[in-house]
Design a protein around this ligand. Structure first.
Ligand SMILES: [Zn+2]
Length: 69
């Protein structure tokens, strides 16, 4: 019988659930939180996603560029 690996709740067939590292988890144990991601385009052409490292988005406070004297 399939059970939630965290709380032991039974997960019969046709039950919404999550699978993490090959173990099943019920929807009470896994919190799904909204998450905003971005698609980056350059002149309208896709160049990357905010979720991977193809494009680095440097915020003002992170930018350590120094102007050479
Ligand atoms: Zn559970």
């Amino acid at each position: 019988m399939r059970k939630c690996f965290n709380c032991g709740e039974e997960l019969p067939p046709e039950t919404e659930h999550f699978v993490y590292e090959d173990e099943a988890y019920c929807t009470d144990c896994v919190q799904a939180k909204p998450y905003t991601a971005y698609i980056y385009e350059l002149d309208g052409e896709f160049i990357g996603l905010s979720e991977n490292d193809d494009v680095q988005h440097i915020e003002e406070y992170e930018d350590e560029y120094e102007v050479a004297e």
